[in-house]
Design a protein around this ligand. Structure first.
Ligand SMILES: [Zn+2]
Length: 154
């Protein structure tokens, strides 16, 4: 399984998130679940966009959101003021997925963090939230940040 790491297979509960682009390679493996606070992936996002603009990454490389992710983005995504860096046509939306004990292996898409309290049965100490930026126009997607919902009042 040479590509197990690269697509998040090594992370167990993150396997279902392999549809989410998180950089050119094994970025899912970074540090595992965050403990307190938040990990930002914006720099990685910037470098992916840069590579695309330089022509080192093709549109099909970066616009590879799975239908399921696009569906979630349309239903639960929070609109932003940010224009898609790839198609420069659509506004991006942010989708938050929660991973943790008792949650679906592919992650639980959240409309709001309040929802998490209900669905995770209150025991959210081991839950990690992944914020993904998605363009529903061209299927661009990238991980923005990972945070532990217990670490702030969100
Ligand atoms: Zn786009």
């Amino acid at each position: 399984m040479p590509d197990g790491q690269a697509r998040g297979g090594g992370q167990g509960s993150l396997a279902g998130m392999s549809s989410v682009r998180s950089g050119s390679q094994s970025s899912w493996g970074v540090g595992g679940l965050p403990r307190p606070g938040r990990i930002e992936y914006r720099l990685m996002r910037e470098s992916t966009v840069k590579e695309f603009r330089r022509g080192r990454l093709g549109r099909t490389d970066v616009c590879d959101a799975q239908p399921e992710l696009l569906r979630v983005a349309k239903n639960l995504g929070r609109e932003t003021e940010t224009e898609c860096p790839i198609c420069e046509h659509e506004q991006l939306v942010h989708v938050t997925f929660a991973f943790g004990p008792g949650l679906p292996p592919g992650g639980l898409p959240l409309a709001s963090l309040r929802e998490l309290g209900r669905k995770a049965g209150g025991g959210s100490a081991d839950v990690a939230c992944y914020v993904v930026e998605v363009c529903t126009g061209c299927a661009w997607n990238h991980l923005l940040s990972v945070f532990a919902p217990g670490a702030n009042d969100g």
